[in-house]
Design a protein around this ligand. Structure first.
Ligand code: T4K
Length: 377
């Protein structure tokens, strides 16, 4: 260990970006006069409008968290039978499918993007398949055109778990505009947050009444309950936080970009580290900084050593969802996902992480991997 590289305070894998305290207080003041705390209050409505305009997407609905938004999306499309998805994701994706009484069918992923491999989807389609639920992992867009082609050919619905992809664009088009429905997480650990929160963007405007009912116990009016819904409404305090954070989202993303390219610059010559890259057609949001190590042991060893320096790097996503104790699936059909899951490590990434701290983390990594430390500055 190199004592002088130990951080005094813990560097966590992420940290929520908070608005100026007084700005939040300004936003919530009116709540005391109105005494309107949740159920489509004025801040909720303002937040919805501003999101729709920021993301240049016409139809959005807000939720109390991303997970319930995803379950609501699935329910709204009346899916049945099997849903083709990826095992390389957070638990929420697969739990949402299962909670809706559907069977997840795991497709292997692409070794470069870590997203569902569109060349392997069609062989998994059966007469029971009703949808593809793909994840833009770490904010890297899926092959949206390829997925759309397959869905059209086989008459399948497409839902994107875009929990990591707020503000990402493909050829200048916001990611919110692809598929039938996309779900965004506004959890505290995300690029953009409303403490907890979630959003659905969707193409078919006529879904709006159903989505609103599903998040409010299935009620379409005070005396009419048309669906078996749940309670998934976003409250006014969440909306206020979202409104404050929306004002500084572009700045937050540019700060993350600096950290991202600092890591890139300092880690790119290390043979045992594979970096995560974006094609030129993508406008990223720099939500995560995943690296791939040579093997499982090396990855685990590095994560452990980083902890000794007070740096928490997380194994997102290990184990694969198909390996969870609560499920009984095989991982043999998804060898690439299993390999990535065994070798991935996400380094600290948040807007307030200083470039200096990012460089220090790289120095630790280089030292621990036996790489010569060369200052490029
Ligand atoms: N789909 C995908 C692909 C997802 O990744 C997620 C959520 C969802 C769906 C569901 O969306 P939500 O229902 O959550 O809106 C975290 C988040 O809790 C979870 O939202 C996220 N994905 C997942 C990838 O990461 P954990 O278990 O790693 O969180 P935790 O509590 O260990 O937090 C990570 C670090 O963040 C902590 O070490 C410190 C820091 N932190 C965290 C919180 C909550 C803070 O500094 N302040 C905080 O308030 O799951």
């Amino acid at each position: 260990m190199k004592q002088e590289l130990i951080f005094e305070d813990l560097i966590t894998v992420t940290q929520p970006s908070l608005p100026d305290f007084n700005s939040y207080i300004e936003h919530i003041k009116g709540i005391w006069d109105r005494k309107w705390l949740t159920n489509n209050g004025p801040l909720h409505e303002e937040f919805k409008e501003k999101l729709s305009s920021y993301l240049r997407t016409p139809n959005v609905e807000l939720f109390t968290n991303g997970h319930l938004a995803l379950e609501t999306a699935i329910k709204s499309l009346n899916l049945t039978g099997e849903v083709i998805t990826t095992p390389f994701t957070f638990a929420s994706t697969i739990h949402a499918i299962t909670n809706c009484n559907l069977k997840p069918i795991f497709c292997d992923v692409d070794p470069v993007t870590y997203n569902i491999d569109i060349n392997k989807i069609e062989s998994l389609i059966t007469s029971e398949t009703s949808a593809i639920l793909a994840v833009h992992v770490f904010g890297q867009p899926c092959d949206v055109e390829g997925i759309e082609r397959i869905a059209e050919t086989h008459n399948l619905k497409v839902i994107y778990d875009a929990a990591h992809a707020f503000g990402v664009k493909v050829n200048g088009t916001d990611i919110a505009n692809f598929g039938d429905i996309s779900m965004f997480s506004f959890h505290a650990t995300k690029v953009f947050h409303s403490i907890e929160g979630g959003m659905l963007s969707y193409q078919d405007e006529s879904l709006s009444t159903k989505l609103r009912a599903l998040k409010n116990f299935g009620m379409t009016s005070a005396e009419k309950v048309e669906y078996v819904g749940s309670n998934a409404k976003m409250n006014e305090f969440q909306a206020a936080m979202g409104l404050c954070n929306l004002e500084k989202i572009n700045q937050d993303i540019s700060l993350r970009k600096e950290v991202f390219y600092t890591y890139h610059e300092w880690l790119n010559k290390i043979d045992s580290i594979q970096l995560f890259n974006f094609e030129n057609s993508i406008t990223p949001n720099f939500s995560y900084y995943p690296i791939l190590m040579d093997d499982y042991e090396q990855r685990n060893r590095l994560a452990m050593r980083l902890k000794e320096y007070n740096v928490v790097a997380r194994k997102y996503f290990y184990p694969l969802c198909s390996q969870f104790d609560c499920y009984d699936f095989s991982i043999e059909s998804t060898p690439i996902a299993a390999d990535i899951s065994d070798r991935v490590l996400c380094l600290p990434m948040y807007s307030e992480l200083s470039v200096e701290n990012a460089k220090q983390i790289c120095e630790i990594i280089r030292y621990e991997l036996g790489d010569e430390i060369v200052s490029r500055y």
